[in-house]
Design a protein around this ligand. Structure first.
Ligand code: GLU
Length: 373
């Protein structure tokens, strides 16, 4: 099956974690970077387009600053990232150069991807670079983004980049063989799982919490990334990035690491952006009848099905849609602001004009702007 899937891969996002890129002392491991770049060159020679999402800026900066521990305060992390990012790029440039290849740095913040215009610009830039045969090397813009360091991680970023770059595969290089039935550091019974057909609650439970001392993510963030990429119809392969030749093996379809199959029906790119890139700012609670029609019949949300509005959002804002149990089951872009929606709770669409004195349409959230999660 792997070989089948890999046949159609023309563009791949390769996510390289901090623990792959650094040695035991936390400095950039130039030998590993050299091997990775040699493999990237081999892919390039096969006309595969590669987009790299690379961590390692904070780790490299920390080592350059002579800090023995992972920086704790935000300004220290940002200072480390500022120093480390240029070292990281230099390492890629020097390792690609003997193969006649060049790298281009792209630093993104989540706001760049939330704004549709900037998202499309980022896509156009990536396309142009790939057209020139250059390898984009993406990282989060750690020096200006506080959120990233607190909550975000490059696993998540790499899943979003599969959407920006319209890639066919996400390859995650980490410091462990693949996905295990339990944490292999603590459980001797833990088995490597070569194929994950669907990301169920059991899979998520087995992934547990974050455990990294160098990067930000752990197994849980990798499984979350595979799920996100999978919603877009993109499979994920996770392998041990320190192993020589692993990139070539994974892209050949060898049974290495873990393959996560994508959800059977991928969301279209725009719906994926609504569901996973935008940050929802409020909640619309709906009754059971509305939940049924949204879930089973793919309809729009009408004001008559809304029972309550929580939080504040503008017209066009992204909102969570929750059922009577309070659980979010869908997300969408609202045609009316929170204040307007609150006035329309339980009303018929034909009453909108009378109540507001104007009318943007009959629905609160149109089905084209609505994604069931
Ligand atoms: N952007 C961070 C760095 O380059 C890494 C974040 C992560 O490891 O997830 O150091």
């Amino acid at each position: 099956m792997r070989k089948e899937i890999l046949k159609s891969v023309k563009r791949v996002v390769i996510k390289i974690g901090s623990r792959v890129l650094t040695d035991a002392d936390g400095a950039l491991d130039l030998a590993v970077i050299g091997r990775i770049c040699r493999d990237l060159a081999a892919l390039h020679a096969r006309h595969l387009q590669v987009v790299v999402v690379s961590s390692g800026a904070i780790a490299a900066g920390r080592s350059e600053l002579g800090l023995t521990e992972k920086p704790r305060t935000i300004p220290h992390k940002q200072a480390a990232a500022a120093i480390g990012q240029s070292l990281l790029m230099r390492a890629y440039e020097e390792a690609l150069e003997p193969h006649g290849l060049k790298a281009a740095q792209i630093l993104l913040t989540s706001e760049d991807l939330v704004n549709r215009q900037r998202f499309l610009n980022a896509r156009a830039t990536m396309d142009a670079l790939l057209g020139f045969g250059i390898i984009p090397v993406i990282n989060e813009n750690d020096t200006v983004v506080v959120d990233e360091i607190k909550f975000g991680d490059n696993d998540n970023l790499s899943a979003l980049v599969t959407n920006v770059a319209e890639a066919h595969l996400l390859l995650i290089l980490t410091d462990i063989e693949g996905f295990y039935s339990a944490d292999p550091h603590h459980d001797p019974e833990a088995r490597l799982i070569p194929l994950v057909k669907g990301i169920t609650r059991e899979v998520e439970r087995a992934a547990g919490g974050a455990d990294s001392t160098v990067g930000t993510g752990g197994m849980a963030t990798k499984v979350a990334a595979a799920k996100k990429a999978g919603k877009n119809g993109v499979p994920t392969i996770m392998v041990d990035g320190k192993r020589d030749g692993i990139i070539a093996a994974a892209l050949r379809g060898d049974e290495v690491g873990t393959l996560f199959l994508p959800a059977a029906v991928g969301l279209n790119r725009r719906k994926h952006w609504i569901a996973y890139t935008l940050k929802p700012s409020g909640r619309v609670m709906v009754d059971e009848g509305a939940r049924e029609v949204l879930l089973k019949r793919g309809k729009s949300l009408l004001p008559s099905g809304v029972v309550r509005v929580e939080g504040r959002f503008d017209r066009g804002g992204c909102v969570r849609i929750c059922g009577p149990d309070g659980v979010e089951f869908a997300r969408g872009l609202s045609d009316y602001s929170s204040a307007e929606t609150a006035r329309l709770v339980g009303k018929k669409s034909s009453e909108i004009d009378d109540i507001l004195g104007y009318h943007y349409g009959d629905v609160i959230i149109h089905r084209d702007n609505l994604v069931v999660l």
